[in-house]
Design a protein around this ligand. Structure first.
Ligand code: NAG
Ligand code: NAG
Ligand code: NAG
Ligand code: NAG
Length: 455
């Protein structure tokens, strides 16, 4: 498996040196939390983040691109570690958009909504909508989020219906999105009580600091694993309206993601009567590679498991990338799709092909695709549908080059409130990146040299 992820494998050992100093946990885990509620407190005194993630896409029509919209309601700073004690702090949060400020100041908690996606003609867009607050409240299991000045969301008490409203007229963004779920809410592992990945490791296992965070403090809960969805938004005067399929989950963690994780692949598809997802993650400095597999057919869960890669012969998922080649804009190897194979407890086999068609985000350390999906039970009826998947490789030191280049581009300089994508290609005369004043970077030149793919 890891063999195929050439770039990240190469850099794994180097990245592990960055994990020191991140592991304090003076953050508060709440009790009595609704499935989609606020799990931890995110504030100026901690390094925690929590976000509500929503994605909708539809099949490509007539040789066009699949239309898509991703919306992330974000609390907390996304911090990108560039040395043992220096961060670049992004105002735009996960998923690593490029509005940023160099860390050190700005201690206030930050709340914003990040939009990404593509129009049917293939043009991608990215917006960051700053909010003056990000508040999540609940009545029983019904959860509401209010990001003042940017938008809001509601999840119904039975988790059947998720709706959101975008309302940032001064940035040219308004509209609605709704998902009608056809699948049961779930956690990442086979548990009704724990939103953490702890059951993947024996309870008496000795864990490194990074593993401790990954297995016990990185939370994941999926409220809407799949269902029909409708998007109707206006973006800078352009209308994006389509019906498709949607998905909603949320994550939280006490420390910057790159302090404990090297790779995170999240794959999601809706194929005929099937909703499916899978995660593959490489933890910093660890040989305990991790995966989850979720497969549901017409409302019945066929698999919902988390485990260490290679630890099982049944009740497992295998995630195999294909078509790996060099991607010029981001400077790393990327795959053109994945084969997901689910082996159930009873030995039944299901196989799906997720193929990217639209590269919605194309950064060295973050790629996101929307595309097609085909598959079903092996030997049984085959279906086609939509896939959405992304690859976050926060350990990739090369990303610093692009961050700094982005920062040097006039169009991408802060203060920014909204932007169309500032692309690497827009650089007319790329200069050697200059490290911002007051930051220290270890072995920068060497690491950049190593990030060139082989294969
Ligand atoms: C947040 O991270 C910084 C950088 O590692 C660290 O110095 C600080 O103690 C952390 N804060 C908390 C509350 O853990
Ligand atoms: C556990 O997995 C089985 C399938 O192996 C599934 O039927 C069940 O719903 C799962 N339970 C939870 C809580 O995920
Ligand atoms: C694609 O469609 C969007 C929305 O209508 C528009 O803003 C953009 O200019 C179009 N791109 C091209 C290349 O035509
Ligand atoms: C997956 O599907 C795509 C699109 O149909 C196809 O080009 C590709 O060869 C398939 N990949 C594999 C490994 O079957």
């Amino acid at each position: 498996m890891r063999q195929s992820f050439v770039t990240s494998t190469l850099l794994l050992g180097l990245a592990s040196s960055c994990s020191a100093g991140l592991l304090g946990r003076p953050y508060h885990v709440r009790e009595q939390i609704p499935h989609d509620g606020q799990y931890i407190d995110v504030n100026a005194q901690n390094n925690a983040t929590e976000w509500w993630w929503v994605q909708v896409a539809a099949p490509a029509v007539d040789g066009q691109s699949p239309p898509s919209l991703h919306v992330t309601f974000y609390q907390g700073k996304f911090r990108f570690l560039i040395s043992r004690d220096t961060f670049l702090t992004f105002r735009s949060g996960y998923p690593l958009s490029i509005i940023k400020e160099v860390s050190g100041g700005a201690n206030a908690p930050e709340n914003y909504i990040v939009l990404n996606g593509a129009f049917p003609n293939g043009t991608v867009f990215a917006y960051t909508l700053p909010a003056t607050s990000g508040t999540v409240s609940h009545v029983g299991e019904a959860v509401s989020g209010d990001w003042a000045g940017a938008g809001s969301f509601q999840n119904s008490a039975d988790l059947s219906t998720f709706t959101l409203t975008l309302d940032a007229p001064e940035l040219g963004v308004s509209g609605t999105l709704e998902i009608h779920s056809d699948a049961p809410p779930h956690f990442g592992c086979n548990s009704t009580t724990s939103p953490y990945f702890d059951s993947a490791v024996p309870s008496d296992a000795e864990l490194s600091a990074a593993e401790e965070i990954f297995f016990k403090q990185l939370g994941w809960t999926t409220s809407q694993p799949g269902g029909t969805a409708r998007v109707s938004v206006s973006l800078g005067g352009s209308d994006l309206s389509f019906s498709g399929v949607g998905y909603h989950d949320q994550n939280w963690m006490p420390a910057p993601i790159d302090g404990f994780m090297d790779d995170w692949y999240f794959l999601d598809a809706q194929v005929g009567p099937y909703d499916l997802s899978a995660v593959f993650s490489a933890i910093t400095g660890s040989t305990r590679d991790f995966n989850t597999g979720f497969l549901e057919h017409a409302g019945t869960v066929l698999q919902n498991q988390c485990s260490l890669q290679g630890s099982r012969t049944q009740d497992l998922v295998t995630i195999t990338p294909f078509g790996v080649s060099f991607d010029e804009p981001s400077g790393v190897n990327v795959m053109s799709g994945f084969i997901l194979e689910y082996t159930l407890k009873n030995g039944d086999l299901y196989s799906f092909n997720l193929t990217g068609q639209s590269l919605v985000l194309d950064q060295p350390f973050y790629h996101r695709w929307v595309g097609s999906a085909t598959g079903g039970k092996v030997g049984g009826e085959q279906f086609s549908g939509v896939s959405l998947y992304d690859w976050l490789n926060p350990s990739l030191p090369l990303s610093l080059t692009s961050i700094i280049r982005y920062m040097q581009m006039p169009a991408c300089k802060p203060p920014l409130r909204s932007m169309k994508w500032c692309s690497f290609e827009n650089l007319e005369s790329p200069e050697e990146p200059q490290v911002p004043a007051g930051t220290a970077v270890f072995g920068f030149a060497t690491l950049v040299g190593l990030a060139v793919p082989s294969n």
